[in-house]
Design a binder for this molecule. Sequence first.
Ligand SMILES: Nc1nc2c(ncn2[C@@H]2O[C@H](COP(=O)(O)OP(=O)(O)OP(=O)(O)O)[C@@H](O)[C@H]2O)c(=O)[nH]1
Ligand SMILES: [Mg+2]
Length: 224
Amino acid sequence: MQQNSLSHEHVPKLFDASDLHITITVPDNAISQITPQVILRSKCLVVGDAACGKTSLVKSFSSKEDFPAKYSMTTQVDLTVKTVAALQNIDVDLFVYDVPGQSIFNRDGLQTYHYKDASYILCVFDVSSRRSFEQCAAWINAVTAASPGNKNAEILLVANKVDLRQKNSQFVDSVEGKEYAESRGYKYFECSAKKHQGVESPFQYMANQTHEKYNQPPKVTHKI
Ligand SMILES: Nc1nc2c(ncn2[C@@H]2O[C@H](COP(=O)(O)OP(=O)(O)OP(=O)(O)O)[C@@H](O)[C@H]2O)c(=O)[nH]1
Ligand SMILES: [Mg+2]
């Protein structure tokens, strides 16, 4: 009978921690089980002259295909909720109030009730209509006057239909729009709802701002 003789190099090591490699596979949804999802809410009013593209902007923001090629006037305030991610685990539900621009639907302060307590006022104008640009002041005044106690509403000025901008002296150019907004402390955006350009930026801005405000320590307004 043959005897096998093994040197100690041939004896397998039973366990060495440095040889140990562990791979843990985490399912995609596991992160949401660890980090709770936070949902914040903000009210956003969309105002501006008739046919400047408010509804188009709101619809085009959700989906390029939702852009309404044909004008259908908004007859009453249309509320939609748009969820925008501020961070991976922080969603902001923007309660978007699309206000009719036609004066017939705003007669006798018909829509004033909806103007109250907005976190954001998104005033839209059409760059090819100087009148719609000039009317922004009146829209912003009407909204702020309806909610005098609300000092925290942030105003965003949105120049829409930039695809129509041509070398036409009547058209409102970027410099003029920006100067007007900045001189009044408004945030300025440009977009084309038709071309689906720049439509996300105002909504993303509002979501990010909402998140930032949520992170700020509360202000002490009354000292005891
Ligand atoms: N060229 C061009 N046309 C646009 C753009 N946005 C909207 N329109 C067109 O402008 C018209 C009016 O758009 P709406 O979004 O209905 O305007 P509105 O501001 O909601 O109007 P009211 O509901 O009456 O207040 C429609 O025919 C749209 O197709 C744009 O970015 N470029
Ligand atoms: Mg509309």
